[in-house]
Write a protein of this length. Structure first.
Length: 325
């Protein structure tokens, strides 16, 4: 029987039509998705979504965005988790609804900073009861209210500890985040940051999804060091964010420490106030970036959709992957 929504879900999600539940064969462990794709010589294509903040946003996601994305037949979706767990219930609600109504594997993000062990245990048990079998284990951003973090007395400081904890509980495929340019807070250099990623993998991560970047050489240096120098064998999937506007990409790059190459900045500035031209160029740039990543041996692509289907659709079509079997 399908698990009911949590009491906090009084939005559109709670009013979606009931289904008979998710077919057991349609929801897979993501480590198995990668293994199957590797055997077939095909890339794994995944799409990231975030829990909408409004009922209107939920309606748009389920009535327009997801049907359009489903036409692309992605291998899995991921649903983000707000700072300090601010969207915890919504994350599971969205992932649950996608799996029940679209029968596509969906991964729930989980952060551990400022979160007590008991809350993480409840989250994992809730996910398990809903048939959510995949978790992206992250350290996360501090909550906006520092006092809340101190009151919660967290048991985990680093994401490798969360990975270990989830692995011991069993039943989940665990992903983690990697940073081709190193984490924005790492001051010791990118090799040190990549060695820390290796520790997360050794703790039990099955695959890595990277932070956004705009120079593919950063991804290939990251991959070559992890594979060639550290002996990593799990999939290292590049994350790609299509540029929608100059303001958006400047803000995102600053938040995550991604470098905007001078020639990219110059090209964006050349469009002036023409927002449509910027967005069209953003899709073109991302499409070419994705094409080169796959040609260079990336095991797949993780697209940051920002809950929009247009850019992802254009990229899938450019790559000849739309509607693939």
């Amino acid at each position: 029987m399908t698990r009911p929504m949590s009491a906090s879900s009084d939005s559109r999600l709670a009013r979606l039509p009931a289904t008979a539940g998710v077919a057991s064969t349609s929801i897979k462990l993501i480590r198995d998705i990668y293994a199957d794709a590797r055997a077939l010589g095909r890339p794994v294509m995944s799409i990231e979504l975030f829990p909408p903040k409004t009922e209107k946003g939920e309606a748009t996601l389920f009535e327009r965005t997801l049907p359009a994305l489903q036409a692309l037949r992605p291998d899995f979706y991921s649903v983000t988790y707000g700072a300090g767990g601010s969207t915890r219930d919504k994350t599971l609600d969205i992932a649950d609804a996608i799996q029940r109504h679209h029968h596509t594997t969906t991964m729930a993000h989980l952060t551990c900073i400022s979160t007590p062990r008991a809350e993480i245990e409840r989250y994992l048990e809730d996910a398990r009861s809903r048939g959510i079998r995949n978790v992206l284990a992250l350290r996360g951003d501090p909550p906006q209210d520092p006092e809340a973090g101190r009151r919660n007395e967290p048991d985990f400081e680093y994401s490798y500890q969360l990975v270990e904890f989830i692995r011991r509980r069993g039943g989940f495929s665990i992903g983690t985040a990697g940073f081709p340019e190193s984490h924005v807070t790492c001051t010791e250099g990118r090799h040190v940051d990549w060695q820390r990623l290796k520790a997360k993998i050794d703790a039990g991560s099955d695959f890595v999804l990277t932070q956004l970047f705009f120079d593919n050489d950063d991804y290939f240096a990251f991959r070559d060091y992890l594979v060639g120098e550290l002996g990593v064998e799990v999939p290292l999937t590049p994350g790609v964010l299509p540029i929608l506007s100059r303001e958006q990409i400047t803000r995102f790059a600053a938040l995550c420490g991604a470098t905007l190459p001078p020639d990219l900045i110059s090209r964006l500035e050349s469009f002036g106030d023409d927002a449509t031209a910027v967005a069209d160029f953003g899709v073109e740039f991302a499409s070419r970036q994705c094409e080169a990543l796959l040609a260079g041996g990336a095991p797949g692509l993780h697209l940051y959709s920002l809950n929009r289907a247009d850019a992802a659709t254009a990229i899938f079509k450019h790559l000849g992957l739309a509607g693939r079997s």
